[in-house]
Design a protein around this ligand. Structure first.
Ligand SMILES: Cc1ncc(COP(=O)(O)O)c(C=O)c1O
Length: 385
């Protein structure tokens, strides 16, 4: 059985061209980028070229990018660095939203426990923060607002451009997690007006374990890890040149192919959405009307019309050869419905009976057809069991 992978929002395979670009840096060009000798200088040159490529793709200056271990570290570093830089008697509040990734929500909770005022804004039924709620929380003079650009579960896009003006008018800083966006939609830090932005390589056919944090020049941000002076003193540790080179190559390829990829992905996404709506009663498309990423379709089966054991959906899809992602997460042994879907107003049972299909380069229209056939069979069986 040929498996169908529809979980590209979770991760992507490394593009062969990315692998080829990285390979020399594991063996031949292995120097420590901080060494002053020729081997070190060669590694350093590759690292800086990678930084410049990634920076260019988002409209940033190379010096504004810090390499990290991925999106999680970038999100944590954005928040921690801003808090560390703030004067002890200054502003301390952090604003975020209920549909954010745990890489933002969990550090915010942690800072909340240590006394920072944390405001978690609700989202509307499309998964987006409303202007009014942001407007009213900004009256509390927060230090930092962290709102993701593209939501990883439902694909909803935050209107960062409008929000940035609102946030900056109060003197707060704006961080955005754009991990799901690079290579899918245009990402330009100046157009979006962000002060900090998180990126990762493994969502766009790059290697796992490398990401970047964009820190706009002049943004008050202090390091919180100490050691060597790498990354201009902002992130100590021997630089992973091979992964940085792979990240840059993935960005180059991903941003180059974006216009066609975007059309192809959204056409498969739209076809699946249409077919699912036609075939099943009680199917709810999550975040259909908001501006959204081209590759994500998240559907729920309404518990009042089609009661079922939601968690079994993904298991059955997997048994039928389809890798998708569920609307629930296994936390400490118990299955919890997705915090994003519940924040958007889905009841617990409906949220648990949800599937995220996320398309990528290897998918075809045939995959869409097969998913519909398989889903029909699974739903028929689940209804009768
Ligand atoms: C929106 C978002 N933020 C952060 C992350 C974490 O990124 P990484 O896996 O590179 O740590 C992910 C990955 O799942 C994500 O989708």
């Amino acid at each position: 059985m040929d498996r169908i992978y529809l979980d590209y929002a979770a991760t992507t395979p490394v593009d062969r061209r990315v692998l080829e670009a990285m390979q020399p840096y594991f063996t031949g060009i292995f120097g420590n980028a901080s060494s002053v000798h020729a081997a070190g200088r060669e590694a350093k040159a590759a690292l800086e070229e990678a930084r410049a490529t990634i920076a260019r793709s988002i409209g940033a200056q190379p010096a504004e990018l810090v390499f990290t271990s991925g999106g999680t570290e970038s999100d944590n570093a954005a928040i921690a660095g801003v808090l560390h830089a703030a004067p002890a008697d200054g502003l301390r509040g952090i604003v975020t939203a209920a549909a954010e990734h745990h890489a933002v929500l969990s550090p915010c909770e942690e800072y909340g426990r240590s006394g920072h005022p944390v405001f978690v804004l609700p989202v509307n039924r499309y998964g987006v923060v409303e202007h009014e709620s942001l407007h009213s929380v900004l009256k509390r003079n927060p230090l930092l607002v962290s709102l993701m650009y593209g939501n990883n579960e439902v694909g909803a896009l935050t209107p960062l451009r409008e929000i940035a003006a609102q946030v900056h008018a109060t003197g707060a800083l704006l961080h955005s997690d754009a991990v799901q966006c690079l290579g899918k939609i245009p990402v330009d830090v100046n157009e979006l007006g962000v002060d900090l932005m998180s990126l990762t390589a493994h969502k766009l056919y790059g290697p796992k374990g490398i990401g970047a944090l964009y820190i706009r020049n002049g943004t008050p941000w202090s390091p919180f890890l100490f050691g060597g002076g790498q990354e201009r003193g902002r992130r100590p540790g021997t630089e992973n040149v091979a992964l940085a080179v792979g990240f840059a190559r993935a960005v180059e390829l991903g941003v180059g192919a974006m216009p066609e990829d975007r059309l192809r992905l959204s056409s498969m996404r739209d076809e699946l959405e249409k077919r699912v709506k036609e075939e099943f009663v009680g199917v709810l498309v999550n975040s259909t009307s908001a501006e959204r990423l081209p590759n994500i379709l998240n559907v729920s089966f309404d518990s009042s019309q089609m009661p079922m054991q939601g968690e079994m959906l993904i298991v059955n899809l997997d048994l039928a050869g389809i890798s998708a992602s569920s609307g629930s997460a296994c936390t400490s042994g118990s299955v919890q419905p997705s915090h994003v879907l519940t924040a958007m107003g889905r009841d617990t049972a409906t949220a648990a009976a949800s599937v995220r299909f996320s398309f990528g380069r290897m998918n075809t229209e045939e995959d869409v057809k097969r998913v519909v056939v398989v889903l029909k069979d699974i739903i028929a069986r689940m209804k009768t069991n």
